[in-house]
Design a protein. Structure first.
Length: 436
């Protein structure tokens, strides 16, 4: 019997105590990171100077389960974990769909997104290792805010290079980062060589995530007491995010139900991966019949790109990763769901996409349909999704509408990766909420 409660949650003592590492369970071998053949210094050799040692160890670990350190468990509890799984009964009724819809509430987060799950772990490991500062990039601003928060509670300084196109208009998020104590620069900035080359040409350069990554990398390389952190894409980031899907599995047990299909938005892949990978593991190792769909924008449909070796950043400072990519120098048009604007997808998810385990949908750049569906969610369920999260919400609603036509009683699960309290401007611009 399906349990018809609206909210499913596990007791605080039942928060999973290990992250799930899918590397050993992948259907084909994980392609190693490599150096390009360009005669420049080895990027692989730089990795230990850039990343916290523990994160680097996790990046290539062959252990299926990795213990979450007890202090990180404490930080997770302090950040409000576990986060409930909701049954979207009001939305189902409004849609008149026979499908059952469930959503995970990563918007219940101190800074507004799932990114705190890895920010806390990475800040903890850096501090453990005696570091004093963390450098990073941010696009939409959610990662910068999550890291500013994590560094505040763990006790580290943080420098954030923020894509100028977004830095320009997200004033409140900038204020919040500074309130936490972060040092924030619009990118490209004059602070680094990679940034200055572009900044000198055009101080108004809108920038991109790949450029901001180059700046953060360069800054960390030049300071022995600093490490660099990334909020998405890399294996250890996805690993930390599996806390989302592992909780969700326990919550589905309480619901006495199991998803047929899972949706989430995908920029670099951290929330999509965190949410789906524990279920993907069950498909790979236990033969579960379950589908996965990544929701993207037509300005950056990286999951429909080419499966090839590419750099993670604009300047080519990272090793080359085999990923679904649009090319690291691609300039992408701005959208309000800016966190989805990245040229490449997580190597793990790229491999799974290449092997046929992940489907994708990409929505038009005007964002109208996406934001209209987000509004439907808001008006029925009451929660305001982040513009990025709106893509996953939209794809789930589109599926529920198809189920109405076919009469299928599908179980649809989606992740609401963050809230949009600081992003109303985008919704207003697209939907004309305050237009006279
Ligand atoms: C950063 C962000 C995303 C996109 O990044 P992924 O790594 O693909 O998850 C999506 N939603 C929210 C709320 C974000 O902050």
């Amino acid at each position: 019997m399906v349990n018809k409660s609206v909210q499913f949650n596990i007791p605080i003592d039942d928060i999973p105590k290990q992250w799930y590492n899918i590397l050993p369970d992948l259907p084909t071998e994980f392609p190693p990171y490599i150096d390009p053949d360009d005669g420049k210094p080895s990027r692989l050799a730089n990795l230990p100077k850039l990343f916290a040692g523990e994160c680097l160890k996790q990046e290539f670990s062959e252990d299926s389960w990795i213990d979450i350190p007890e202090p990180v468990m404490d930080l997770y509890r302090q950040a409000g974990r576990p986060r409930p799984l909701f049954r979207a009964l009001a939305l189902e009724e409004k849609l008149g769909t026979p499908a059952r819809l469930y959503y995970k509430s990563e918007f219940y987060s101190p800074t507004g997104s799932h990114k705190v799950n890895t920010a806390l772990a990475q800040a903890y490991y850096a501090k453990q290792q005696g570091m004093e500062r963390i450098t990073t990039e941010t696009g939409a601003g959610q990662w910068g805010t999550a890291l500013a928060y994590a560094c505040a509670v763990v006790g580290l300084d943080v420098t954030v290079y923020w894509v100028r196109a977004v830095h320009r208009w997200k004033k409140e998020r900038l204020q919040l980062m500074k309130f936490y104590g972060a040092d924030v620069h619009a990118s490209p900035s004059p602070m680094t060589a990679a940034g200055k080359a572009l900044y000198d040409k055009d101080p108004d350069d809108p920038g991109s995530l790949a450029i901001a990554i180059s700046e953060g990398l360069e800054d960390a390389l030049n300071d022995e007491k600093a490490v660099y952190t990334l909020g998405s894409v890399l294996n250890h980031v996805i690993l930390h995010q599996t806390i989302i899907g592992l909780e969700t599995q326990k919550q589905f047990e309480l619901a006495d139900d199991y998803p047929d299909i899972m949706f989430s938005c995908l920029g670099g892949g951290s929330n999509f991966g965190g949410f789906t990978i524990p279920f993907m593991g069950e498909r790979l190792t236990k033969g579960k019949d379950i589908k996965f769909v990544a929701a993207q924008s037509e300005v950056s449909p990286n999951m429909q790109g080419e499966y090839a070796y590419d750099f993670g950043d604009h300047a080519g400072l990272t090793p080359m990763l085999k990923m679904m990519t649009l090319g690291h120098e691609t300039r992408m048009e701005p959208i309000y769901g800016d966190g989805l604007r990245y040229h490449g997808a997580s190597p793990i998810l790229s491999l799974l996409r290449h092997e046929g385990y992940i489907d994708t949908v990409a929505y038009p750049k005007d964002e109208k349909h996406v934001f209209q569906n987000a509004q439907l969610f808001l008006r029925t369920e009451g929660f305001l999704p982040a513009p990025e999260s709106a893509y996953g919400v939209c794809a789930a609603i589109d599926e529920a509408k198809r189920c109405k036509e076919t009469g299928e009683e599908k179980v649809i699960a989606f992740n609401v990766s963050g809230h949009g309290f600081m992003d109303m401007y985008g919704y207003d611009k697209v939907l004309g909420l305050t237009k006279e």
